[in-house]
Design a protein around this ligand. Structure first.
Ligand SMILES: Nc1ncnc2c1ncn2[C@@H]1O[C@H](COP(=O)(O)OP(=O)(O)OP(=O)(O)O)[C@@H](O)[C@H]1O
Length: 255
């Protein structure tokens, strides 16, 4: 598989605290890559450096061959980065389908809030909304007001809004945090289905091991800001160091 995103030797400190130490990681086209590690290992910081919310002190982020190391997050979105947040960002007073329309319009304006949506694109929105509703299981709830949705459904709507921007790579920061067990299972099924239908590459951080092993093609493990292992789920399960620092007894609380 071809490499979509490649990060090399990333360092990041907050004042005197070194949080990322020479982290190198890549995402292949169509791959789901999950970053795991104990609390405080640096996962969110790595995520932010990749999405452009923070810049690395050292190292490089290449995407489709272009150097984005110093490119701000909103410009990375125009390059094909899709991002969900731990607290779902949806318009609570609008219906599900109108949330999707807003996302499609924003994508069509390409970040210029005063820009006009080209007429040809606006005409295609109804079909795009129908496809997004179907892909994310919202067809029956298309008229529902977003603010009345259950927590897991809001997260699902947020995902649908990100998909409206047709990203090449999806960044998911703890996508199942705060969900019930049933919502988590539904979320795994949805992400598997989105991946199958849209062939999207994904990078996610996640604490729930059922979710991690249910979704990952590849897992990377951060410990004190260093990448200590990267490989298939089977390789990571069998890795003695990972067992010791995260998956073993000591890390059982994370599972
Ligand atoms: N803005 C900040 N200023 C100073 N220190 C920070 C800041 N953000 C994070 N840290 C520290 O950096 C370290 C790594 O934090 P980070 O949030 O990246 O870890 P994490 O692996 O995502 O943790 P968790 O699993 O708890 O979300 C922690 O020690 C944290 O306290």
């Amino acid at each position: 598989m071809s490499t979509l995103l490649q990060a090399t030797t990333l360092d990041k400190s907050y004042g005197p605290i070194r949080v990322l130490r020479g982290v190198s990681l890549d995402i292949a086209a169509g791959e789901s890559h999950v970053v795991i590690g104990p609390n405080g290992a640096g996962k969110t910081t790595l995520f932010k450096v990749l999405t452009g919310e923070l810049y690395a002190d050292r190292g490089q982020v290449l995407f489709q061959g272009a150097d984005l190391t110093r490119m701000p997050a909103h410009q990375r979105v125009h390059r094909g980065f899709g991002r969900t947040f731990q607290v779902a960002k949806v318009f609570t007073k609008l219906s599900v389908q109108d949330n999707l329309r807003v996302a499609l319009e924003a994508g069509a304006r390409r970040g210029n809030p005063f820009g006009r949506v080209p007429a040809a694109r606006a005409a295609a929105f109804d079909a795009a909304i129908a496809a997004l509703l179907d892909d994310t299981g919202f067809t029956a709830q298309r008229e529902a007001v977003a603010g009345t949705l259950a927590y897991g459904d809001r997260k699902r709507l947020e995902l649908a809004m990100v998909l409206a921007l047709e990203p090449a790579v999806l960044f998911l920061d703890e996508p199942t945090a705060g969900m019930s067990a049933a919502e988590r299972q539904a979320s795994v099924r949805l992400l598997q289905e989105v991946k199958r239908r849209r062939g999207l590459a994904m990078l996610m951080t996640e604490h729930d091991m059922e979710v991690v092993f249910g979704l990952a093609d590849r897992i990377s493990v951060l410990h004190h800001g260093e990448l200590i292992a990267s490989g298939s789920p089977e390789e990571i399960r069998a890795d003695a160091r990972v067992q010791e620092v995260y998956l073993g007894d000591e890390g059982a609380g994370h599972a």
